[in-house]
Each structure stands twice: as structure tokens, then as C-alpha cells.
Design a binder for this molecule. Structure first.
Ligand code: ADP
Length: 452
């Protein structure tokens, strides 16, 4: 301020001196006034430049000014730069938050106080069929036209969420979206959405599984209790008692098999994958399967015609080498397929078991039977737990409905694939294809000196 005053006085003095030299006293007064006007004009011009720069949004280069106006321009420039830096930092932060919301596996939609979409992520767009650019500031109530959602949005009670049919949902392939509104800020709402189709399917499967297990156990249990009551109440002779006890034993065995298969399944699900350090001899596996199949066939034939069962020749079985994995699991899977062929093929039918090397170094174990075959509509579901095509044949031959589920699980755990090919009335072929990485040839075994 002092500087401004000093410059003003200096201008006046210079004007007065010039005026005195030109016209003495009057000249000095006029010169001083002129000096003050010139100073005022210069000062106003500097102020006007500063104002013009500020009014222009300070986008252009700041004017070069001296004195207090120069300092004001300098300070304004620094303040503006600081503001811009802060704005950029908060924009970057906002971008980061939006990117995090974008990466969320759930749908996130931000609604303003009037229920209009302010922002939504990709997942929300998929859940509700929205398009961010097109639907911004559109009312969510107009875009999601489900009556339950409309009532929920209008109701104002957001303690619980609602479940809506998702986009493209059909009765055969339902899509279920759980949505939940959360109020925040001044009347705004956060709409979270989650695809729960798989969760609901898993829950339905769990319920079905529990219902199936209960049913499977209840049936033999009811029969067993019926026999116990018969034995308790009726005066039976020794041969009748033996007959009933025999029937009871069969029901007990049925329950035992079911529990065993359930335990096998739960072990398969809960245990770590079989490693590659245990090598299982294929020849030995085939031999055990063959012995069991023959025994089962003889038992089912009950003195009648047994099956004609063919296994690979000894030399071929010897050349099959070894599989890396769990001996118990592999035996249960392969034996299950062979036993199924025996159980579902009528007496006298033929069953052929093969072990074939595949072009890429893998191997294919297959069981072909001349049984009734399986209709195409059952093929996709045949490995589901408790799914049976021929319920009475399954029960009569000691089936639990869990055999193929176990085979599928064991195959997956060994990197193998279970395939079923069948035509109704023309037998069936069940095969398990093992990858080359889990096999080693007979020569390699003797070279490693680990042959069993
Ligand atoms: P189960 O204990 O009832 O045999 P699985 O899971 O082993 O259960 O098999 C499921 C169903 O697949 C069986 O109930 C049967 O109807 C059908 N199935 C399995 N193997 C054969 C086969 N070789 N030929 C015809 N049907 C078969």
C-alpha cells in the first residue's frame, strides 16, 4: 500500500515540477492533477487486465503486472493451481472408486432422490438389461418393470431385499437376481444386485439330496421294522423265521451299501486330489474287476446262464502299464462300470471290457454290454446322484443310484473323462479316458524298477 502511495505522490510531484516549469503555480497544480490521473489510469488498466484474466477462468497465461496487482495475480494463480491439483486428485480418487465398483462381482447402481440412475456398473447393466450411456438419469422404476420390484422401490422399507427373475429367465432356465436397496446421503439409494441362480440351484440340489437320502434309507428301514414286528407278533416256525431273517439281512445290506457309497462320495469331495506319486498297475486293476464281475454274474444267474464276459488278453493287460492315482478310487470307478454292465445286462448277454492306447499317449478303458441300453433323454442325467433309469432293476441288483456319480467324481479327480454312448435296445458303452500325463508304459516301469 505504501508503495502505491509513494508512486502516486511521485507522479504528482513529477507533474507539478513539469507544470511549474511551464506555467508556474497554476501549471504546478494542473501538473499534479494530471500526474494523479495518469497514475490512476495506469493502475485501473492493471486492475482491468487482472479482472479480465480472472473472468476468463484464468485459462490463459496470467498477465505480467508489477506492484500489488502483480502480487494479486501471482497469488490468484497459485490458488487456482492448488484448486486444480486438488480437483484432479479428487477426480482420480473418484475414478479409482468407480473402477473398484466396476470390478465388483455384484451389480451396483446409484440412484438419486427421485430414483433416477446416476451411475451403474457393468454387472448391474447385465442384471437389469441397462445401458449406462442411454439410461443415465432415467427412472429405475421405468426400466425394471417387475411388479415386486416396483412395490419394493415405492414401499420404502429396505430392511430386506427381494428376488427377481433375471434377464432372459425362462421356466426351464430360470435366472434369479437378488436385489437390495440401501438408503444413503440426502434421499439417495444404493441398489445392490446379485445373481443367485447357482446358489439357489445348489440349495435345491442339497434339499433334493437330503430328501433322496432320507427316502432311500426310510424304504429298507420300513421293511425291516415290518419284519421285526412280524417276528415279534406271529408264532413262526424255524424255516419261516429263517426266511424273514434272510429278507431282513438283505434290507440291512442295502442300507449298508447306501451308507458306504455316501461315505465314498463325501470322501471324494473332501479329500485332496490324488497325487502322481502312487502308481497303480492296470493289469491288477483289470484282474480284480474281472474276478468281481464273474462272481456277480454267477450270483445273479442263480444257477441259470451267466454272462459272457471278455477282458483284455494277459499280454495286452501287461502292456497297459500303470496309472498315477489312488488305487482304491480307480478300482471303485472301473469296477462300478463293469458291475453295472453285469447288473443291467440280462442273463446270457455279453460284456466286453477293453483297454486301448489313444493316439496322444492317453488310454481308454471301456465296457460295452449287450443290455437294454439307455434312451437319449436319460443320458445327460445318468451321472446325477440317485438318478435311475430302471429303478426296479437297480434295487433288485443291489444298486444305490450313486455308482455313476462316484465314477464321474473319480474320473475328474484323475484328469479323466467319463463318456456314455448308448441307443435304446442296443446296449451301452461306458468309457473312461485317461490323459497321457497320468500313464506310464510297462517298459518305463521295469526301467524304473518299481514294478509291483
Ligand atoms: P445304480 O446303483 O442304480 O446302478 P448308477 O449310478 O450306477 O446307479 O447308475 C444309474 C442308472 O443308470 C442306473 O439306475 C441304470 O438305470 C442306468 N445304467 C447304468 N449302467 C447301465 C448299463 N450298463 N446299461 C443300462 N443302464 C445302465
Amino acid at each position: 500500500m505504501l508503495l502505491r502511495l509513494f508512486v502516486l505522490i511521485l507522479c504528482q510531484l513529477a507533474g507539478a515540477a513539469l507544470g511549474w516549469w511551464l506555467a508556474r503555480a497554476w501549471g504546478a497544480a494542473a501538473g499534479a492533477a494530471l500526474g494523479a490521473c495518469l497514475w490512476l489510469a495506469g493502475d485501473s488498466w492493471a486492475a482491468a487486465r487482472l479482472l479480465a484474466w480472472l473472468r476468463g477462468g484464468a485459462a490463459a497465461e496470467a498477465p505480467r503486472l508489477s506492484g500489488p496487482w502483480g502480487e494479486a495475480a501471482d497469488r490468484a494463480r497459485r490458488l487456482l493451481r492448488e484448486g486444480q491439483r486438488r480437483e484432479q486428485a479428487s477426480q482420480a480418487r473418484l475414478d479409482e472408486i468407480l473402477a473398484a465398483l466396476q470390478a465388483s462381482p455384484n451389480g451396483v447402481t446409484l440412484l438419486d432422490a427421485a430414483g433416477r440412475i446416476e451411475w451403474c456398473n457393468q454387472m448391474a447393466q447385465e442384471h437389469f438389461g441397462l445401458e449406462a450411456a442411454r439410461d443415465e438419469l432415467q427412472s429405475i422404476g421405468n426400466l425394471v418393470r417387475d411388479p415386486e420390484f416396483t412395490a419394493y422401490l415405492a414401499g420404502g422399507d429396505y430392511a430386506q431385499g427381494v428376488v427377481l427373475p433375471g434377464r432372459g429367465s425362462t421356466p426351464s432356465r430360470p435366472v434369479r437376481i437378488a436385489v437390495h436397496l440401501h438408503p444413503y446421503g440426502d434421499g439417495r439409494r444404493l441398489l445392490l444386485s446379485r445373481d443367485i441362480t447357482q446358489l439357489e440351484q445348489a440349495e435345491a440340489m442339497r434339499r433334493d439330496f437330503v430328501a433322496n437320502v432320507s427316502h432311500e434309507i426310510r424304504t429298507p428301514l420300513t421293511v425291516l421294522i415290518g419284519f421285526v414286528e412280524t417276528l415279534q407278533t406271529l408264532p413262526l416256525d424255524a424255516s419261516e423265521r429263517a426266511h424273514y431273517l434272510g429278507l431282513m439281512a438283505r434290507q440291512g445290506e442295502r442300507m449298508q451299501r447306501l451308507v458306504q457309497d455316501l461315505l465314498t462320495l463325501s470322501r471324494l469331495e473332501g479329500s485332496p486330489l490324488p497325487g502322481r506319486h502312487e502308481w497303480v498297475c492296470v493289469r491288477e486293476l483289470l484282474r480284480r474287476c474281472q474276478d468281481e464281475a464273474q462272481a456277480l454274474s454267477t450270483a445273479l444267474a442263480q444257477g441259470g446262464r451267466a454272462h459272457h464276459i471278455t477282458f483284455p488278453e494277459a499280454a495286452q493287460a501287461e502292456a497297459a502299464g500303470e496309472i498315477a492315482g489312488s488305487a482304491a478310487e480307480l478300482h471303485s470307478a472301473l469296477a462300478n462300470l463293469v458291475n453295472n454292465a453285469v447288473r443291467y445286462t440280462p442273463a446270457g448277454g455279453s460284456i466286453t471290457v477293453r483297454w486301448e492306447t489313444q493316439p496322444g499317449g492317453g488310454a481308454r478303458f471301456s465296457v460295452t454290454d449287450s443290455g437294454p441300453g439307455i434312451a437319449p433323454e436319460h443320458l445327460a442325467r445318468i451321472t446325477e446322484r440317485f438318478y435311475r433309469v430302471d429303478r426296479s432293476r437297480s434295487r433288485d441288483t443291489g444298486g444305490t443310484g450313486l455308482g455313476l456319480a462316484i465314477v464321474k467324481h473319480v474320473s475328474q479327480r484323475h484328469g479323466a473323462v467319463l463318456r456314455v454312448a448308448s441307443l435304446l435296445g442296443e446296449g451301452a458303452t461306458f468309457s473312461v479316458e485317461f490323459p497321457a500325463s497320468r500313464l506310464r508304459a510297462a517298459q518305463a516301469i521295469s526301467a524304473a524298477g518299481t514294478a509291483p
